[in-house]
Design a protein around this ligand. Sequence first.
Ligand code: NAD
Length: 523
Amino acid sequence: MKVLIADSIDEEGIDNLKEVAEVVVDTKISYEDLIKTINEYDGIIIRSRTKLTKDVIDKADNLKIIARAGVGVDNVDLNAATDKGIMVVNTAESTIITVAEHTMGLILAIARKISIADKSVKDGKWEKSKFLGSELRNKTLGVIGMGRIGSQVVRRCKAFEMDAVVYDPYLQEKVAEKMGIELTDLETVLKEADVITIHVPLTPQTKHLISKKELKIMKNTAFIVNCARGGIIDEDALYDGLKNAEISGVALDVYENEPPKDNKLLKLNNVVLTPHIAASTQEAQRDAAIIAADEVTQVFKGKTPKNVLNLPVVDQVTFQKLKPYFNLSEKLGKFISQFVKGKIETLEVVYCGELSEIENQEILTRTILKGVLSPVLNRLVNTINSFSIAKSRDINVIVGKQSNADTYDSIIRVKARTESDSFTIEGTQMYESRIIKINDYRLDVKPEKNMFLARYHDVPGSIGSIGSKLGEHDINVGVMQVGRDIKGGQAIMVLTVDNPVPADVIKDLEKLDNVYEAVAITL
Ligand code: NAD
């Protein structure tokens, strides 16, 4: 395995990586050279300098993982990486404490007028009465966004004996309870807080979340801190609010336009500004490098890293419940793909029994799709890109749940519909994967690498003639299972065979009387 370190990262991360891969450090590599050489690498670690555009990613034929040591991935074309099946990870947790501590710094700086007092002393003045501050003790912290950073800020503010009111409409009550906080609406936070701190992502919903109306609701003694993203506060409204004494101050690390060159806020006194450095500490950079290197190592060891941005997030408990079904899911997909006739228009997946109780089985659906698509595509298909490939091929994926799973703990049922055909397969997982139903025929077969399936007329001699024909061509049968709808009706035969059944043998088999269809399947 070969990894390119394209931006400078802490040595500790590089050392860890050298144990599992050949590491090339070229932190000045040009965009043109990157395009020329990217296909040599299995992994790349970047910070914000290197731009991984679609043009670069299109050439990255061997790349398995892009690791961003840091948070923002604006410099990576996520869609291009997803389409190409390349995992993108970041190291968001490396900055949590660092940003929370910077937020504390800004809260104190604004509450105690530290930066403006500092400037005054350096200007040779001694204006003690001008810088009357306010204590944090017994004050109310208003938190907008109680995620990783917001919750760390609350912990630290509690040590300052502050109360907290929190607005986060996506946080579950029981999680909030565990954190020892009470959730409320935005208006209450704005009304009650003495200090408001923002820790939400910038989204269409959070753009200008704090604007004219919100600033008017706030106490005029309150101040506001933003270490999240520029654009969450409407800076024009903020300037007016400060000028009109609707609030008492603001501390910003992030801006609508960075750097904030002609920003009117720079001229105000009750404003503390830092140049987007909330995440910049030696510790955060070291941790980012270590985590990025660790994520790359995990992928090379065939494991799933923790911070994948283009895969659904699954907690460990759920992951362990779903993991035994990965192999079965892929095999069901592969089976169906090779048996159904025509272009699949709809794929219906139903999770039955205990599996249906799991909230999100998306990773299994992605694995089934990987199985469906990989036999027919001459390109890498994996759980990262299987959904986007299915969409581009107009395959409609419908997922359902059913509490009943007959006598099994769980069943996965997959049905493919084409314009002219439909085919259903069911499987379960016990100590090993089993195919338990094909269309309406009940079976019990372990999916093996080489399989053969025939549909035939259920009359004496049919089974024997198929077996003899395979024998004539020296194809050894492992397991045979047959099923039929009614006596003398249509029947199905599923065989595991030692070697793939060649195409000319399939043709010969289909010439047999009473054989409607014969298919070789490779799983
Ligand atoms: P997170 O994903 O852990 O938490 C975000 C929280 O915001 C979640 O709890 C979510 O439910 C909540 N949320 C989402 N939309 C909301 C809305 N409309 N109203 C209220 N709550 C909402 O994120 P995090 O790691 O804590 O990061 C928080 C912010 O800090 C992000 O914007 C991130 O980009 C920023 N950040 C800034 C720096 C910096 O250098 N200044 C560094 C790291 C992170």
